[in-house]
Design a protein around this ligand. Structure first.
Ligand code: G1P
Ligand code: ZN
Length: 544
């Protein structure tokens, strides 16, 4: 018999965070660590005979090995058909697209997103459900419970399969299809955007592009779509070859980690659009010549313009943003007369709203934007939105955003991260703020008077589930807001995130540096959170 049942012992720490189970590679290399988690998923899934699953990852260290293990375990657990991205690769949005298109029950995505990769860095695994989105909380809770009591797992005793050659074969009774990771996704993009218009603009030189794939999974997607299909000049995609350690870099598209791109965009040689994506292809950073678009502004601009693009001509049903994302998109929703939902951090909360057709567009301040075309945020999709917009409006990225501010006002925005504090200190800061919540309203510092303070709680309007303690919100009566929360994606210690924003309606005051404009609010946030005193840290480690 090819199928083996092997004994194992449970691990206590397999609780999925904001985005699946994410740990140091060394943790994943412990005996049966991956096997336990994967078997726990199969145990919760139940009957999978005759059903289809999807498998792929961002190409980081351990991706190939983990893919082999999951292949053999899927066969042993009776999966009917497994679609695997060639080379073991699939971007997160492409996995979502495949699950939906092929009516799979779900899929495994191997990624730790924007965290670095390599033997001493991070690995991760997440399970997506049949709608193509992150598994809901009830599912991940059940997987965690199962992982605490697991006693055995099933695996097919077969040699490794060839992941690099497209084709189909049988593996211990399961049909395996090694597929082109880009094709289905590229087809979907072609339906949503005006490819002939973009192609014409790129080929005539009316617009130009530099896309930084950061040696992560979007390289093959970007080369195929931007260079081969849309005719962007060869070399428009940089760092386009996926590497197991992302070339030693940090595959996080922001001004710090995509420094080369940022320098180009502030130089005299800047193309019309500069963009980057993260490890697994769901994040995006958008820049114009001499211009950085904050993700919150990008979401608002797309809300105001999406109806101009072929896939969205019927207009938007509604929009949603995560709570810490700036309120810029709320102003657009109000002007359009559509609903705007405020959800906790993490993409999974958008899924129900999308499935219930309550929203078309959603996004987060953390460089995540997406629509109802898949159930994940989608980096290349966001880049195509902006490419299509600059080709259509024949305006620079900066002019499009400045026009937007003139119409709606500007929400100055910044996020300050304090990384690497101990979990106890991080939790202490939040606990102390929570304790003080009732006494905050009415307190005043100069122009800042607190009009409301709470610990954000979300009741899902579709299924009624409640997610409490999702971040401390402090709102001021002059249009400013401070939010404090702890990261749920870190693998060590705690990261405190402080989100700062202030509304400015006056167009003559729209050209300030956010760090300067927000200085008083930043000081107030430090003061209220007692961050220096409690953590010993002099300032944030990352500012976006
Ligand atoms: C971070 C972001 C969040 C995003 C998540 C997954 O989570 O803040 O918006 O959904 O990564 O990409 P956090 O570390 O803040 O919990
Ligand atoms: Zn990601």
């Amino acid at each position: 018999m090819q199928i083996e049942t092997r004994r194992t012992l449970p691990y206590p720490d397999q609780k999925p965070g904001t985005s699946g189970l994410r740990k140091k590679v060394k943790v994943f290399l412990q005996e049966n660590y991956l096997e336990n988690f994967v078997q726990s998923v199969f145990d919760v899934l139940g009957e999978v005979a005759g059903k289809t699953l999807v498998l792929g990852g961002d190409g980081r260290y351990l991706n190939r090995r983990a893919a082999q293990t999951i292949l053999k375990m899927a066969a042993a657990n009776g999966v009917g058909r497994l679609l695997v991205g060639q080379g073991g690769l699939l971007s997160t949005p492409a996995a979502s697209c495949l699950i939906r298109k092929h009516r799979a029950v779900g899929g495994f995505v191997l990624s730790a997103s924007h965290n670095p990769g390599g033997p001493d860095e991070d690995f991760g695994i997440k399970y997506n459900a049949g709608n193509g989105g992150p598994a809901p909380q009830a599912f991940t809770d059940a997987v965690y419970r199962r992982s605490r009591e697991i006693g055995e797992y099933r695996i097919a005793e077969v040699p490794d399969v060839d992941l690099d050659t497209a084709g189909q074969f049988d593996l211990a009774g399961m049909r395996v299809e090694i597929i082109d990771p880009v094709a289905d996704y590229a087809q979907l993009m072609e339906r949503l955007f005006d490819f002939p218009l973009i192609e014409g603009a790129l080929k005539s030189g009316a617009i130009s592009l530099c896309f930084d794939a950061m040696h992560a999974v979007t390289g093959p997607y970007a080369r195929r779509i931007f260079e081969e299909r849309l005719g962007a000049a060869p070399g428009s995609v940089i760092h386009g070859t996926p590497l197991e350690d992302f070339g030693g870099g940090h595959p996080d598209p922001n001004l710090v980690h995509a420094r080369g791109l940022a320098e180009l965009m502030y130089s005299g040689r800047a193309p019309t659009l500069g963009a980057a994506s993260d490890g697994d292809g769901d994040r995006n950073m958008i820049m114009g010549s001499q211009f950085f678009v904050t993700p919150s502004d990008s979401l608002a601009v797309l809300a105001a313009n999406l109806h101009l693009l072929p896939g969205y001509r019927q207009g938007l049903r509604g929009v949603a943003r995560s709570m810490p994302t700036s309120r810029a998109v709320d102003r657009v929703a109000q002007a359009l007369g559509i609903d705007c939902y405020e959800t906790p951090t993490g993409w999974k909360f958008f899924g129900n709203l999308l499935d219930a057709h309550r929203i078309t567009l959603c996004g987060e301040e953390s460089f995540g934007t997406g629509s109802d075309h898949v159930r994940e945020k989608d980096g290349l999709w966001a880049v195509l939105c902006w490419l299509n917009l600059v080709a259509l409006r024949k305006q620079s990225v900066g002019d499009i955003v400045r026009d937007h501010w003139r119409r709606f006002g500007r929400d100055y925005y910044s996020r300050h991260d304090y990384e690497g504090m101990s979990a106890a200190v991080g939790e202490g800061i939040i606990a102390r703020l929570r304790e003080r919540l009732p006494s905050l309203p009415g307190q005043r510092w100069g122009a800042y008077a607190i009009s409301g303070a709470d610990d954000f709680s979300y009741t899902d309007p579709v299924d009624g589930s409640v997610s409490a303690q999702q971040g401390i919100r402090i709102v001021f009566d002059n249009g400013a807001r401070i939010v404090y929360r702890l990261s749920g994606t870190g693998t060590e210690g705690a990261t405190l995130r402080i989100y700062l924003e202030q509304y400015e309606p006056d167009p003559t005051r729209h050209d300030r540096d956010p760090q300067v404009y927000l200085r008083e609010l930043i000081e107030l946030a430090e003061h209220l959170g007692e961050v220096k005193r409690r953590s010993g840290m002099d300032g944030p480690t990352v500012i976006t």
